[in-house]
Design a protein around this ligand. Structure first.
Ligand code: C2E
Ligand code: MG
Ligand code: MG
Ligand code: MG
Length: 274
């Protein structure tokens, strides 16, 4: 009966949950030993102008190759690093590495670096890490873009806002990533003068297809952003239909598999061409 099935269900699932928890703890411990340049690396994905496809910059995306498990998804290991506090170390590494990489490029493309709310909420410690990455690499602040999500203002909002203002005053641009997926998108826009809005892939994916809803949401975000004078980036553009629709709606920048997957740093492409 139902009771026996329930008992069986519990008896069956509990060891599996425990095994999963053990596995997670082991991975978290391994992340502590994942020091650059051994296991951590950055993949670079182009951001292009919607009007003509010209490359404007690259987003640095962290990759972790575990010695025995292979590639671990950033969605998993970034969350684990946020929970353990390791994010300060690996996030600091990503910032320094991305700035140093961009400083070597022949073209003055910008480099976009994702920063976790946990990093920004440390306030002046975070601002100093950004200043140090710029000073050490010699990268012009105008070529650095930091991508933050709406979560950045949920806790320690005063410290986070002060840190964002401080780096923005240097000339660094602040982009609001994954726009529309948080709980307080409009309040976040009101709290800080973001330089860019990145519309989340989930709204872009339905463009040029059957979803009138997604098209309406994208149009509304573009209208809102244009009213605020903030350029918009569409994430996750995979088809030319999506691109045409974004162009018709006046979206400035795009990123996605249609233009290029995350890959080797542009400096490697440049040096091999010579
Ligand atoms: P994100 O910042 O929103 O980055 C965009 C994600 O979309 C990346 O996933 C990218 O590979 C993926 N993507 C780009 N174009 C397309 C497309 O056309 N189609 C599809 N299906 N996907 C596309 P990825 O590399 O797995 O990273 C996931 C998330 O992990 C990032 O989302 C970001 O939130 C976080 N992350 C990655 N690197 C870092 C980092 O260095 N620091 C922090 N704090 N977070 C990072
Ligand atoms: Mg991003
Ligand atoms: Mg995003
Ligand atoms: Mg994302």
């Amino acid at each position: 009966g139902a009771k026996a099935a329930g008992r069986n269900g519990i008896a069956f699932y509990r060891p599996q949950l425990e095994a999963e928890a053990r596995e997670r703890r082991a991975l978290d411990a391994d992340l502590r030993h994942a020091t650059a340049p051994g296991q951590l690396s950055l993949a670079y994905q182009p951001l292009v102008a919607v009007k003509d496809g010209a490359v404007l910059g690259f987003e640095a995306l962290m990759r972790w190759r575990h010695p025995t498990r292979g590639q671990v998804s950033p969605d998993y290991f970034i969350a684990a690093a946020e929970a353990s506090g390791e994010i300060h170390r690996i996030g600091g590494w990503a910032l320094r590495e991305a700035c140093a990489e961009a400083a070597r490029w022949r073209e003055p493309h910008f480099i976009a670096v994702n920063v976790s709310p946990v990093q920004v909420q440390r306030g002046s410690f975070f601002a100093e890490a950004v200043e140090a990455a710029l000073a050490t690499s010699g990268l012009a602040p105008e070529r650095l873009e930091l991508e933050v999500t709406e979560g950045v203002l949920i806790r320690e909002a005063d410290a986070a806002l002060a840190a964002l203002r401080r780096v923005r005053d240097l000339g660094v641009r602040i982009a609001l990533d994954d726009f529309g997926t948080g709980y307080s998108s409009l309040a976040t826009l009101q709290a800080f003068p973001f330089d860019k809005i990145k519309i989340d892939r989930r709204f872009v994916s339905g463009l040029g297809g059957a979803s009138a809803q997604n098209a309406a949401i994208v149009r509304a975000v573009l209208g809102l952003a244009s009213g605020l004078g903030i350029p918009v980036v569409a994430e996750g553009v995979e088809t030319s239909e999506q691109l045409l629709s974004l162009r018709a709606e006046g979206c400035a920048e795009a990123q996605g598999w249609l233009f290029g997957r995350p890959g080797a740093p542009p400096s490697m492409a440049t040096s091999s061409a010579n």
